[in-house]
Every structure is written in structure tokens, then in C-alpha cells.
Design a protein around this ligand. Structure first.
Ligand code: CU
Length: 374
């Protein structure tokens, strides 16, 4: 599918999104002048934008002031993001994106630098006692605002929202979705510092946790270590239970109208990025679904293509297409709904297909041989 970048450091329409929209196998070029120093997020802005961002398509661009930033001993990049998967936290196997959870802002994962543990344990950031550390902290979102905190440190400086304003002596700073900040601190004593999103269940239950290992001599005046051990009765001594109730079964469309309604959502979440709003496709890359003779002449073949994928040459409305459509990981219901939606949209000829028809195609051979496959 095509992608692009909206660079927040760009002054211009879409942050460069339209100028950088690039289909597979193509290259795009545009130029811009950096007018404002600061730390900026960039992200993919291809429709559906949220889905692309939720797949981790973002990063940071630093526009240094003319005279540069003050010298420090260490600089590190920390980028937070929230992720939404069909399975819950830690479930093994390939986990497809879950649009419903994303819309509801129910993140399964909140992580730094793309995965649980990316900055923890053996991957911990490092510093020596006496050094000044600068963290470039960004938040790709797509949804959650970060309460960025380093357990065991106080930020000597925070460049508020990644701009010019500097605040001092800060414990926790907000990093908006699609925003950034720079924090600086001198490490005075050895030990393990813990970077967290202080919306704390995200840290200990969803992955938003990283370490900075500080080595060097102790300073007992600044931090003594334990001086006494007495019995303390913590709150909440009872074992806490976790609700393991199963999610209810998905609602199945009962009528053609419901299929069309549900199918529209499936289309927007899974198909629209390539085949585009209105089913118009992208010339040279993705064939149209609007008024498509290929689609209207064989509804079951459409199900087959979604289930098994398609590669090799096909002819749609008199034009030859030779691109690759991946097999989609969707339920029989979702596929029946989305085909019924498309058949009844954009000058197509109407019609309906059932989940049973889709199940039959799942067992059938691919409609068109995929080169290299058997
Ligand atoms: Cu993208």
C-alpha cells in the first residue's frame, strides 16, 4: 500500500503528506526549509491515518537552533507509542491490528522504541556518575498522552513541548500524542533509573518501561542507601482478582442492510488505504473497486482473492494490472460484509455474499496462481 510522511517540522500543506505519498516501487522527492528549531514528530498520514500510526510509522526530527544545543555527555532517543492487537498483552503469534480497540483507545501495549523491553535489561541506556544526559522524548500515539517520568531522577531542564521554553526541577512532564520534549539531568549516584509513562499500569502491565544504568562511585550524602529495616504493613494485603470473563461473540449481520453497514467499517479499516475512498484505486498500483467489471462478474472470486491474496496480471475495466494483493486476515463474516458493501456502492451492480460462501472459498484453491507458490 502507499505511504507518506507528515513532518511536523515542515511549514506547508499536510507537513509534506501529499508531496510524499508514494506507491510501492516508487520514489518521491520534495524539499522544505526549517523555520523553527525544536524537536518534532513525523508520521505516516495515509488513510486511515490512525491505522498507519498505530502500526508504528513515526519518529522524531530534531531541528537544532543556529548555535546548536548546549553540550551534554549523552544523548538518547526515546519514542513512546500505543499498540492495539487482536489478542491481549503478551499473547504469542502474529497479532493483527485491532481497529475497534484503537478507536476505543484501549491499548494492549504502550512501549518505548517500538517493543516491550527495547530499552530495558540488556538494552538499557547507560551513563556514568557526574554526566549530563539529554533524552529526546517523543510520542507517536496514536492516542495516549504520556506522563513521562524517570524513577530516581529529577529533570534539571525540560524543553517544554520540545520548544524553546525551558522549565527547571521537574518530576514528570506531559508529552502529547504527536508531540515531543527534551529533558536533561545530571546523574549524581549509581544505580538503575527507570523511565516510565507514570500512567503507571502502562509501565508495569503494558510495557512502557525502560532503564538507564548509571555506574560510578556512591555519594552517601545525596543518597544513603537503606539505613533501617522495620516491619511495614502495606495496603491491599488481600489478593486482587482479575476478571477473566470472555469477550462476547461478535455481532453477526442479519440482513443485507446490516452487512453493508458493517462492511463499510471493514473497508475503511482494511481496504481503503490501497483502494482509496470511493473505491477509485490508484493508477498503476491498485485497481478500482468502483464500477469494476472484474468484481461484478464473479462475487465468489472476490472472496477468494481476499482470503488467498492475488498476484499476477488481471484486467479491470479494460486496463491491465500487475500488482500484489496480500491475503487479508479477516473473519468470514467481515469478508462477506465488505464484499456486500462494495457490491452495493460506487456504481457496482449490487448483490450479496454469505459467510458460508467465504468459508467455501477458504477451502478452495487460490483463484489465480501466485508465482513461486504451489
Ligand atoms: Cu503508512
Amino acid at each position: 500500500m502507499p505511504h507518506n510522511i507528515d513532518l511536523h517540522a515542515v511549514t506547508g500543506p499536510g507537513g509534506g503528506a501529499a508531496s510524499s505519498l508514494t506507491a510501492p516501487g516508487h520514489t518521491s522527492v520534495f524539499s522544505f526549509k526549517t523555520l523553527n528549531p525544536g524537536l518534532y514528530v513525523y508520521h505516516c498520514a495515509t488513510s486511515p491515518v490512525g491505522m498507519h500510526i498505530a502500526n508504528g510509522m513515526y519518529g522524531l526530527i530534531l531541528v537544532e537552533p543556529k548555535d546548536g544545543l548546549p553540550e551534554v555527555d549523552r544523548e538518547y532517543y526515546v519514542m513512546q507509542g500505543d499498540f492495539y492487537t487482536k489478542g491481549g498483552y503478551g499473547e504469542p503469534g502474529l497479532q493483527p491490528f485491532d481497529m475497534k480497540k484503537a478507536i476505543d483507545e484501549h491499548a494492549d501495549y504502550v512501549v518505548f522504541n517500538g517493543s516491550v523491553g527495547a530499552l530495558a535489561g540488556a538494552n538499557a541506556l547507560k551513563a556514568e556518575v557526574g554526566e549530563n544526559v539529554r533524552l529526546f522524548v517523543g510520542n507517536g500515539g496514536p492516542n495516549l498522552v504520556s506522563s513521562f517520568h524517570v524513577i530516581g531522577e529529577i529533570f534539571d531542564k525540560v524543553y517544554v513541548e520540545g520548544g524553546k521554553l525551558v522549565n527547571n526541577h521537574i518530576q514528570t512532564t506531559l508529552v502529547p500524542a504527536g508531540g515531543a520534549t527534551m529533558v536533561e539531568f545530571k546523574v549524581d549516584v549509581p544505580g538503575d533509573l527507570v523511565m516510565v509513562d507514570h500512567s503507571i499500569f502502562r509501565a508495569f502491565n503494558k510495557g512502557a518501561l525502560g532503564n538507564i544504568t548509571v555506574t560510578g562511585p556512591e555519594n552517601k550524602e545525596i543518597y544513603s542507601g537503606k539505613q533501617m529495616d522495620a516491619v511495614y504493613l502495606p495496603e491491599g494485603s488481600a489478593i486482587q482478582s482479575v476478571d477473566t470473563g470472555k469477550a462476547p461473540a461478535p455481532v453477526v449481520a442479519q440482513t443485507k442492510e446490516e452487512k453493508i453497514k458493517f462492511g463499510q467499517r471493514v473497508y475503511e479499516a482494511n481496504c481503503q488505504a490501497c483502494h482509496q475512498a470511493g473505491g477509485v484505486g490508484i493508477a498503476g498500483a491498485f485497481p478500482p473497486l468502483a464500477a469494476s467489471d472484474y468484481l461484478n462478474e464473479d462475487h465468489k472470486r472476490a472472496a477468494n482473492v481476499i482470503v488467498h491474496g492475488l498476484s499476477g496480471e488481471i484486467t479491470v475495466n479494460g486496463t491491465k494490472w500487475n500488482s500484489v494483493m496480500p491475503a487479508m486476515i479477516l473473519s468470514d463474516n467481515d469478508i462477506a460484509n465488505v464484499i456486500t458493501y462494495v457490491l452495493n456502492s460506487w456504481d457496482n451492480k449490487g448483490g450479496e455474499i454469505s459467510p458460508e460462501d467465504v468459508a467455501e472459498q477458504r477451502k478452495a484453491a487460490p483463484a489465480q496462481a501466485v508465482p513461486g507458490a504451489h
